[in-house]
Ligand binder design. Structure first.
Ligand code: ADP
Ligand code: MG
Length: 406
């Protein structure tokens, strides 16, 4: 057997919790990092994420009755949590199990979610036992929740024969479950990036049309670094949902003068500047400005990457951070310190907060030969100013969900 240490942990957890590993299958789904295009996915804009080698692993086996048993090595205090296919409702104690349960619940609504009536309601005939281990830093904006949803979606597809579902379908079902079962009104980016990941490539996705293309990330002497503030994002659900509401409010006011537009991502900067005065609340105006400008920055950044202009790509990352800090107000002191200190280093082309915000990670483009200096200098300043250490990871781009061979 040649499982990685992480997959082995999920597998060993299965044996310890459920007694044996006969007929157990092992699956993986990746987290993601977003390079640019933040808070644009629920505004019909563009995003540019990639799947990362950090992810979630599961060892799983079908049962013969309708019981569900969940175990996660990341939540040892919860132990084995039991559920039933006849009781798919969010629970207030074993909270993490609301993610897998939500996906099972959403599968029953798959036809409706995917607007494909022929898919119908995908019901499991029997329950399963599952053991999970994830190495995505927790609450770090690297989308462990989407990884979990895509992981469970791909497991259900493989174990229960739902072969009519594509990876893209799994992304939509996962997003629906997070929106409706877990109350987090996230856009499609996270689940799409996890489900559609391709090694060596970032994904340039237009969330308005769902047209996407893979963009090879050939960094030419540069490294993409992820730096973790180790400040777990807080209030993220309520603040996130509030941003969504504010963008919807801006859009409703803009539609009075631009009835043909359906999303902030459809505005060019010129179009937006010409009509923005119809937005009455100054805070709502700043939120809308971020959504419009960030979308245009993302389009320009991908064009710069294609033209081998990483300097411009980096400048746009910096502008993205400033916009998230000042206009969208989803950054935090810790991420501001990481980004702003990184900008001072000559070996850094760009640095910005990534993910939903209020904590989590920054992503930076760093000249390869200056990576040790980057880690040392940023690490020391961060420790001094914040009082705890940051963590540094070199980005490794992963493929999408997969079954691991035992
Ligand atoms: P993120 O930015 O990582 O997606 P979220 O708050 O959206 O942060 O999702 C984190 C939640 O996902 C956790 O609180 C937990 O409920 C669930 N989760 C993530 N990884 C795991 C895991 N390995 N085991 C069990 N639950 C997990
Ligand atoms: Mg999440």
């Amino acid at each position: 057997m040649a499982l990685t240490a992480q997959a082995q942990k999920a597998y060993d957890g299965f044996r310890e919790a459920y007694g044996d590993t006969e007929n157990v299958r092992v699956f993986f789904a990746p987290g993601r990092v977003n390079l640019i295009g933040e808070h644009t996915d629920y505004n019909g804009g563009h995003v540019f994420p990639c799947a990362i080698s950090f992810g979630i692993y599961a060892a799983v086996r079908k049962r013969t009755d309708r019981k569900l048993r969940f175990l996660s090595a990341n939540y040892p205090q919860v132990g084995v949590a039991e559920g039933s296919l006849d009781e798919l409702v969010p629970s207030s104690d074993a909270k993490w199990t609301n993610y897998p349960k939500g996906v099972i619940w959403a599968f029953e609504r798959a036809g409706e979610i995917l607007h494909r009536p022929e898919v119908g309601s995908l019901k499991l005939d029997t329950g399963f036992d599952i053991s999970i281990y994830g190495d995505i830093p927790s609450g770090a904006g690297l989308s462990s929740s989407a990884a979990m949803e895509v992981l469970i979606g791909s497991i259900l597809r493989e174990l229960y024969g739902f072969s009519m579902l594509s990876n893209e379908d799994l992304a939509f079902i996962g997003q629906y479950s997070e929106n409706e079962f877990n109350g987090m009104k996230c856009g499609i980016m996270d689940q799409f990036a996890s489900a559609m990941g391709k090694e060596g490539n970032a994904i340039f996705l237009d969330t308005n049309t769902m047209v996407f293309e893979y963009a090879p990330l050939d960094m030419k002497g540069m490294k993409l670094m992820i730096t973790n503030t180790k400040k777990e994002h807080q209030l993220v659900d309520s603040e996130y949902n509030l941003r969504r509401q504010q963008c919807a409010e801006a859009m409703a006011q803009l539609q009075r003068v631009c009835p043909d537009k359906k999303a902030l991502g459809e505005f060019t900067i010129e179009e937006f500047e010409a009509v923005k005065s119809v937005i009455t609340d100054p805070v709502v105006l700043r939120r809308a400005k971020h959504a419009v400008y960030e979308n245009q920055r993302t389009i320009e950044a991908v064009a710069a990457l294609k033209a081998d202009d990483l300097v411009r790509f980096g400048q746009l990352m910096n502008e993205s951070h400033v916009s998230l800090r000042d206009d969208y107000e989803t950054s935090c002191t810790e991420a501001d310190i990481l980004a702003e200190e990184a900008w001072k280093l000559p070996g850094v082309l760009g640095s910005r907060i990534t993910g939903g915000g209020f904590g989590g990670c920054t992503v930076s483009i760093v000249r390869e030969e200056t990576v040790p200096e980057f880690i040392e200098k940023i690490g020391a300043i961060y420790l001094e100013k914040v009082g705890h250490e940051a963590a540094f990871y070199e980005l490794e781009i992963s493929g999408g969900p997969k079954e691991l061979q035992l």
